[in-house]
Design a protein around this ligand. Structure first.
Ligand SMILES: [Zn+2]
Length: 287
């Protein structure tokens, strides 16, 4: 797609680059062309500015790696505007206005810094992460109702899942899965612990997804959870272990936790993608 017959020369810092692109068919230097293109992205019609080099002889088109990246970002941003998600530039601007670094924003949202970098760079955020971004960038912290009064800890997620595995006698954390089942056990454990001890077990935030409550941003977390060292987590108290045992005994089959979660009205009442607040834990019915 991209041709690399080019000589790049830095002009002003890293911002402007003069690039010579030669036609792959040997017609010499190609000229820079700026156009706007209509396209459909994820079912939404968007208009995207395109910068490409074009051969005046044969019409061949080519872009540099930077141009290709800019086009990707433009498409994502046009789409984000159309469906009312924050654009990469909006995230950067709001973050800087609050005097937050990327790391600071990541901490405030309980996500990895890689997620912030990707969203600012043009990767689409989910509806639920957009919601979390708006809360974090609104100057408030994600707050206790999202974390259940405990600091988010990936090693503790691993510790809790390991405890479930030892009581259930089987693996629930599997490689490459979407935590479809593990997340249901985890959600019940966090919610019940919050209801009964005033504190969640892991500080995780959960979103109401179509297939039930799910660890918010799980795609960015799953690998870290698998690789986490549970010995770094604060050990489980006897009461916390009892909660996990109760849940495991109530749902000896993964499917049962899944089905019970789907009957919970605190999941049902949330719009798709919204955060399920811990303050609703008193309304749990499955346990
Ligand atoms: Zn040509």
């Amino acid at each position: 797609m991209c041709h690399f017959t080019r000589t790049e020369k830095k002009i002003r810092g890293n911002k402007m680059k003069e690039v010579r692109m030669d036609c792959p068919s040997g017609h010499g230097k190609m000229v820079l062309r700026k156009t706007k293109q209509r396209m459909t992205f994820r079912g939404v019609k968007v208009i995207v500015p395109i910068e490409q080099y074009r051969c005046t002889v044969c019409g061949a088109e080519a872009g540099t790696v930077n141009q290709a990246a800019r086009i990707q970002k433009s498409i994502a941003d046009a789409y984000r505007k159309a469906v009312n998600l924050l654009t990469g530039d909006e995230i950067v601007e709001k973050r800087k206005r609050l005097g937050l670094t990327q790391e600071g924003l990541a901490k405030r949202m309980n996500v990895g810094i890689a997620s912030i970098k990707r969203w600012e760079g043009g990767t689409l955020q989910s509806k639920s992460m957009d919601h979390a971004l708006r809360i974090a960038l609104g100057g408030r912290s994600a707050g206790d109702s999202c974390t259940g009064n405990r600091e988010f800890s990936i090693p503790r997620i691993k510790l809790v899942l390991k405890e479930f595995e030892s009581v259930l006698g089987k693996h629930i954390l599997k490689k490459n899965d979407k935590m479809l089942f593990a997340a249901k056990y985890l959600w019940y454990a966090d919610m019940v612990a919050h209801r009964e001890t005033g504190e969640s077990l892991t500080g995780s935030t959960y979103a109401a997804l179509p297939y039930g409550p799910q660890l918010n941003n799980y795609k960015d977390l799953i690998q870290d959870i698998i690789e986490a060292d549970e010995s770094e987590a604060k050990p489980l108290s006897r009461e916390e272990k009892r909660i996990i045992t109760r849940i495991a005994m109530k749902f000896p089959e993964e499917r049962m936790a899944y089905e019970a979660a789907h009957k919970e009205k605190i999941w049902k009442k949330q719009p798709k993608g919204a955060i399920i607040p811990y303050t609703d834990s008193a309304e749990l019915t499955g346990l």
